[in-house]
Design a protein. Structure first.
Length: 158
């Protein structure tokens, strides 16, 4: 049990570090807030290594720490909406057994973007924000594939 907690702490630290690194990478995109989703690498690994409960714990810690250090209340709310929907979708697809790690990652990236855009639409009370969704879906697929590939390579080595 102590070993598991230590590993979850390491995964949380890795997710926070990846979130910080991601904040340093300038992404010139037409959509505000578009990111690579590097921190999802750690979340995906925890989901596959330990399970949903542990992945939720690491996800919440990551979102709160990154939000308080590098963001604001809105970034926490948007990240929580996207992160929890993403995690739920990834867990469901993983449980079915019919999707590869890359497929689960892509679905997670798409769900994260959908969760964030839905929350943004509710917060700003403007549903025209959904016009960003096609661009976010393309970025979600691309980053989901990349994170899925990286996750698979890391899983082989740990």
């Amino acid at each position: 049990m102590d070993r598991k907690i230590a590993y979850l702490g390491l995964f949380s630290g890795a997710a926070i570090l990846l979130g910080y690194v991601e904040s340093l990478i300038p992404i010139f995109a037409a959509v505000p807030g578009m990111k690579l989703g590097l921190a999802n690498l750690a979340i995906l690994l925890v989901l596959y290594q330990y399970g949903l409960r542990e992945a939720v714990a690491v996800q919440v810690v990551r979102i709160l720490v990154i939000g308080f250090l590098f963001g604001n209340l809105f970034s926490i709310v948007f990240s929580m909406a996207g992160g929890m929907l993403s995690l739920l979708v990834m867990w469901i697809l993983k449980r079915t057994g019919g999707f590869s790690l890359i497929g689960v990652s892509v679905a997670g990236g798409l769900a994260h973007n959908i969760g964030q855009i839905c929350m943004a639409a509710l917060v700003v009370e403007n549903f025209q924000i959904f016009y960003y969704l096609p661009i976010l879906m393309v970025s979600g697929v691309i980053t989901g594939v990349l994170i899925g590939i990286l996750s698979g390579e890391i899983r082989k080595r740990i």
